[in-house]
Write a protein that binds this ligand. Structure first.
Ligand SMILES: NC(=O)c1ccc[n+]([C@@H]2O[C@H](COP(=O)([O-])OP(=O)(O)OC[C@H]3O[C@@H](n4cnc5c(N)ncnc54)[C@H](OP(=O)(O)O)[C@@H]3O)[C@@H](O)[C@H]2O)c1
Length: 329
């Protein structure tokens, strides 16, 4: 596919990934149509036409895809604890694949998740399923699979950061020994933009590994160290992913259902199969986890306290630890 200016649809354009993809595509000369279910969430900018589209509604998808050359699929329905999100996401992908075919779209680029070494969580199973549905359609679909993406506004980054920075000790359940290959937002955006120029006669999927493999404990320690926190680490191997997801309610302001799914997805290694894709687009991810985390910490607003009971427990914990340290001195 050539890199001549194209008419590009970005679904999920208000999301963490979608909103970072708009500017590079506009800068490359493409004309952008961006979707949201609620136009009050749109951020108007030159070169971008916002349209209201709910991917569950065939007529809205049809209208959004009219006259489009290539479409980015950056949507998931898991936020807010939506019941039955997996079925809804599968149906939305089916609607989209069929409508894209009717609209003669030439390419779909979908950002999904890395396949785990063991049984996938509901969220990861859903991400893989959406990829399969889109690739089974007639429009050649490029599915790119990332694990943990580091950048301001990422729910998974927010959760990992909160686990590292909020508590007086690093709590390390067994799942923090699971390994993955985190990747910086900037590298993911380059991968998504690069997908437009790739020869793609039929559907294909590729993993997007970052430059290193780390387990959860190593990531938490690195984030804590970046903030100069050298706190005790408490191993709690019996705290199962399911139990510790409830405990997350006390630790992070992130959407609880997302936090829960992140932890359940980390029950086993989430390792990319290979790094072939980077060779195809002639880019190597250069941001280490530490560099990406430092950048996120420097650019995001300061941590806010937790809400409600969790906030009061957090204050009491911090105050209690402070007093104990004071008495020891
Ligand atoms: N964040 C990560 O660390 C990460 C890691 C690996 C893969 N990914 C993948 O990257 C993609 C984008 O994730 P993200 O982190 O950017 O998600 P996000 O920040 O949660 O944004 C989700 C987007 O989906 C849109 N959306 C949800 N339901 C919709 C529906 N029924 N119809 C139309 N739009 C709908 C929302 O738009 P409105 O609410 O404005 O309608 C929002 O823009 C997903 O496929 C995700 O699996 C993300």
């Amino acid at each position: 596919m050539s890199l001549v200016p194209q008419r590009i649809l970005i679904t999920g354009a208000t999301g963490f990934i979608g909103r970072s993809l708009v500017a590079p595509l506009v800068a490359a000369g493409h004309s952008i149509r961006a979707t949201t279910r609620d136009l009050s969430r749109a951020s108007p900018q030159p070169g971008v036409a916002w349209v209201k589209a709910n991917l569950d509604v065939p007529q809205e998808v049809e209208a959004a895809l009219e006259g489009i050359d290539a479409a980015y699929y950056l949507v998931h329905g898991m936020g807010g604890g939506r019941h039955g999100f997996r079925e809804a996401d599968r149906q939305a992908a089916e609607i989209f694949a069929a409508a894209a075919d009717r609209a003669n779209v030439r390419r779909i680029i979908y950002l999904g998740g890395v396949a785990p070494a063991g049984e996938p969580s509901e969220h990861l199973a859903s991400r893989l399923e959406v990829g399969r549905v889109l690739r089974a359609g007639r429009v050649p679909t490029l599915e790119l699979r990332a694990s943990l993406i580091i950048g301001v506004g990422s729910a998974s980054w927010q959760i990992v950061r909160d686990l590292a920075l909020r508590l007086p000790a690093l709590v390390l359940p067994k799942w923090t020994e699971s390994r993955t290959s985190p990747i910086a937002l900037e590298d993911v955006i380059l991968a998504l933009v690069g997908g437009l120029g790739l020869e793609l006669p039929e559907g294909a999927w590729f993993d997007l590994p970052g430059p290193e493999v780390l387990n959860g404990r190593q990531m938490l320690l690195k984030i804590a160290a970046l903030r100069g926190r050298y706190v005790p680490a408490l191993r709690v191997p019996l705290l199962s992913p399911s139990l510790s997801s409830w405990w997350l309610k006390l630790v992070t302001r992130a959407d609880f259902s997302l936090a829960r799914e992140l932890v359940l997805g980390f029950s086993c290694d989430l390792l990319p199969v290979d790094d072939r894709y980077w060779g195809l687009i002639q880019h190597r991810p250069t941001h280490t986890f530490e560099a990406a985390a430092r950048r996120a910490l420097e650019t995001e607003p300061p941590l806010q306290g937790l809400r409600g009971v969790a906030g009061r427990i957090e204050e009491a914990l911090i105050q209690g630890i402070g007093e104990r340290l004071g008495r020891r001195r």
